[in-house]
Design a protein around this ligand. Structure first.
Ligand code: ATP
Ligand code: MG
Ligand code: FE
Length: 355
């Protein structure tokens, strides 16, 4: 199967061509991403209208570029996979309209993909990961623990009750006068800091369901920063280190609940995988903690390469290929973009974690 993928849900315009062989192995033939980071940096966050206009400006070129690099002609493609939600509506419309036009002009099937399914299945593109597995998705817009049982078959076990983790990093950076995006800046500053100087609260530690929360931590950090003002470089580093430590401990505590529940239900004899995805997966402290935690519980730890952790179209093309291979029908050309679209929305029976 040869699939063209298109992604425009947030601040990355992306196009990719991915092959799925009959044995289930994936190959990325081309993967091009245009990041709008520079366009939004001055505003300290993504501006939806600017994002949509930028997608419109570059999408045609990106698709042409992906096809050229993969040396695949549009006529040889088996399907067009496009993100149809969740995300910013203006951007989603640009990608979806483009995919519809291509599908109509070429009479190829179109697959409307849930962006989260793209993140969820990426590990199967890069590593031979078998179902079921546990996914920790930590990005600018999402913080979720998802049980991946099969293609199109998900249970959401945990989610954030306030901010997403990437968002918390971004807000922390802003508060401390560090540049956007905040994640890399906070991580870099934390390297020189003393994580013990400010003892920040570890969100939700000890609570029974694997949910997340970061707004209380953010408030504690703001209060500490206000007490110390004006902030020296050393204090900023200490605050970043304290924040990162609290976040890491909270993640470990939350994920550990899900690993136990998974082991109880499926066992760990098959060496199941704990998979991490999303931009925050770039964080080395978080990676190291998850790697150790997975090992302790008898799990393999899979972190796809960074370029595939952040938003890209290869994961969308791959999700389309997996859906086609699993026998899911193509989508009708009147499918509408969805700003909100939980991954388990289509599940027949959802046995939510503890609910
Ligand atoms: P979504 O994918 O949920 O729609 P998004 O596009 O904002 O949201 P990504 O592009 O996957 O998400 O990731 C961006 C986020 O990752 C930002 O919030 C950024 O601060 C965070 N991030 C990037 N690098 C790091 C890092 N080293 N440590 C912590 N966070 C990081
Ligand atoms: Mg992004
Ligand atoms: Fe994403």
């Amino acid at each position: 199967l040869l699939i063209l993928g298109i992604e425009t849900s947030c601040d990355e315009t992306a196009a990719a061509v991915v092959a799925r062989d009959s044995d289930g192995r994936g190959r990325i033939l081309a993967d091009v991403v245009f990041s709008q980071l520079d366009l939004h940096a001055a505003f300290g966050g993504v501006v939806p209208e600017i994002a949509a206009r930028s997608h419109l400006t570059v999408i045609d070129q990106l698709i042409a570029e992906a096809l050229a690099r993969s040396q695949v002609r549009l006529a040889d493609i088996d399907g067009i996979a496009v993100t149809s939600g969740p995300g910013l509506i203006g951007g989603l419309m640009v990608g979806l309209m483009t995919a519809k036009a291509l599908a109509m002009a070429t009479s190829k099937p179109m697959l409307a993909i849930n962006h989260l399914e793209g993140h969820a299945l990426t590990a199967r593109l890069t590593d031979a990961v078998a179902f079921p597995y546990l996914l920790l998705l930590v990005s600018g817009g999402h913080t979720q623990l998802i049980l991946v049982k099969g293609v199109g078959d998900y249970e959401r076990w945990g989610t954030t009750i306030d901010d997403a983790l990437g968002e918390a990093f971004d807000k922390t950076a802003k508060l401390l006068g560090l540049p956007y995006p905040g994640g890399p800046a906070v991580e870099a500053a934390a390297k020189a800091g003393d994580p013990q100087r400010f003892r920040l609260p570890i969100p939700l530690r000890g609570t029974p369901t694997p949910d997340f929360s970061f707004s209380g931590l953010k408030t504690a950090l703001r209060q500490a920063a206000e007490r110390e003002a004006p902030l020296s470089e050393a204090t900023i580093a200490d605050l970043c280190a304290g924040f990162q430590l609290a976040v890491t401990k909270s993640l470990a505590d939350r994920v550990q609940i899900a690993l136990r529940a998974f082991a109880y239900r499926f066992g760990t004899g098959a060496h199941p995988a704990l998979v991490v995805a999303g931009g925050v997966a770039a964080n080395q402290a978080i990676r190291a903690t998850l790697l150790e935690l997975a090992g302790t519980h008898g799990f393999r730890f899979i972190a796809p390469p960074l370029a595939l952790c952040t938003d890209n179209a290869a994961m969308i093309a791959w999700a389309g290929a997996e859906r086609m291979a699993a026998g899911f029908p193509a989508d009708a050309l009147d499918v509408a973009p969805r700003a909100r679209w939980p991954l388990d929305a289509d599940a027949k029976a959802v046995i939510g974690f503890g609910r």
